[in-house]
Design a protein. Structure first.
Length: 374
């Protein structure tokens, strides 16, 4: 019987898995090498969506992830981490416009909510955008999308877990797992402490492959670095996630804007001493693009730049649930964790405790990485 579960990592996944396990009656220890939300979950664009997810199984997981956020926010008074403000997206150039058309047609065929808007209709939703920055038409609105503030979400999930008996261990890294006869028996921490485990859940984000190695498993990851630019507070009421050709932005909890583009991720520099930074001119460019889009944000300045690592399994899809060759070791690892974790974490927790129904995780199992001959 599973009694003691050790959850490794206190980001969105570790917090979601721990809260669900504790609610289901397990004795949980969640352990982090640093502090909760100190990893990728503390520096993420955290757009909740399913429009960017293919194949169908991944899209459906995204839809379920968004529904789980909505349900949680409806259940918890003052759940101010969840913002279902909608997403506006448009493209520049024939090729990009055609790509966007294909993407929208694809998700509409799945029954996902999306509407094509004219410039005037988009301005009704975001009146402070400079009309000259918008095309006359083909602006897509995904009304059910939005964003989460992961620190608030993690705070809620962990306090819910702790109030149901979970223990939170911080600043103590997992340095090894004790595996005998195809079973994980214990978890060794840098402090020298040993945690007895009936089950272990790997929620270590970008470090998930290292934890898997401790268990003798090879989890291929192709993590990438992302750059996020936080502005000083602005005086315009931006209420949507915006995906414009030169800048992606959304409100940030502190009254400013959070800016990103795929292009700025290419501006990461690593110095000889190993210091990681973003090229200053790329940061200025993205700030300028946001000011052009929202002229009333002219006075906004860069408040901080954060660089974080996306935990991306080798084929880009989530890795969730039990490892067949080590049946009490579980994965909860993916990109898009801000969208997926509340739902996917609950599915993983149910499986840990043998309460799963059907195989909702079939498309995301670790075994897909094993050579077919084995
Ligand atoms: C630039 C950027 C933009 C993104 N945009 C989006 C988006 O728009 N929408 C979306 O859904 N997702 C987005 N993501 C991805 C999303 O943020 C991640 O999928 C999610 O935060 C991962 O959460 P996690 O809990 O798996 O990892 P983390 O938050 O990194 O948590 C893992 C934890 O494990 C701990 N840990 C590591 N090693 C050990 C060890 N040995 N012992 C103990 N603890 C350990 C770490 O300290 C850390 O706290 C983005 C990510 C980035 C970087």
């Amino acid at each position: 019987m599973v009694e003691n579960v050790v959850v490794i990592g206190a980001g969105v996944y570790g917090a979601a898995v721990s809260a669900s396990l504790a609610r289901r009656g397990a004795r949980v220890i969640v352990v982090d090498a640093g502090v909760p939300a100190g990893g990728t979950s503390g520096s993420t664009f955290s757009w909740t969506n399913a429009s960017s997810k293919q194949p169908r199984s991944y899209h459906d997981l995204g839809v379920a992830g968004m529904a789980a956020h909505q349900k949680l926010a409806a259940e918890v008074p003052h759940s101010d981490w969840y913002h279902e403000g909608g997403n506006l997206q448009w493209a520049a150039g024939d090729e990009e416009r055609e790509k966007l058309r294909r993407k929208v047609a694809g998700v509409l065929s799945y029954g996902y909510e999306a509407h094509w808007l004219s410039r005037a209709e988009a301005l009704d939703l975001e009146p402070d955008i400079d009309p000259a920055e918008l095309p006359a038409d083909e602006i897509v609105h995904f009304p059910r999308e939005g964003w989460v503030e992961p620190a608030g979400l993690i705070g809620h999930l962990l306090s819910s877990a702790v109030s149901q008996g979970a223990e939170l261990v911080t600043n103590d890294a997992v340095i090894g797992l004790e595996v005998t006869a195809g079973t994980v028996r214990g978890v060794r921490l840098a402090s020298g402490r040993r945690l007895c485990a009936d089950a272990v859940v790997n929620c270590a984000g970008p470090q998930a492959s290292m934890i898997a190695r401790f268990a003798g498993l090879d989890l291929p990851m192709r993590n990438t670095r992302g750059v996020l630019v936080y502005t000083s507070p602005v005086t315009v009421p931006v209420s949507h996630v915006i995906h414009a050709p030169r800048v992606h932005l959304r409100p940030d909890g502190a009254g400013g804007l959070l800016l990103h583009t795929p292009a700025i991720d290419g501006a990461v520099r690593v110095s000889e001493s190993g210091e990681i930074s973003a090229d200053r001119s790329a940061v200025e460019d993205i700030l300028e693009a946001s000011r052009a889009l929202y002229p009333k944000t002219r006075a906004a300045a860069v408040e901080s730049v954060r660089i974080a690592e996306r935990p991306i399994p080798g084929d880009g899809l989530p890795v969730l649930g039990r490892a067949v060759e080590l049946p009490n070791f579980y994965f909860a690892v993916s990109h898009s964790g801000a969208t997926l974790s509340v739902h996917a974490g609950d599915l993983v927790a149910a499986e840990v405790l043998g309460e799963d129904r059907g195989d909702a995780l079939a498309a995301f199992r670790f075994e897909r990485f094993r050579p077919a001959s084995r």
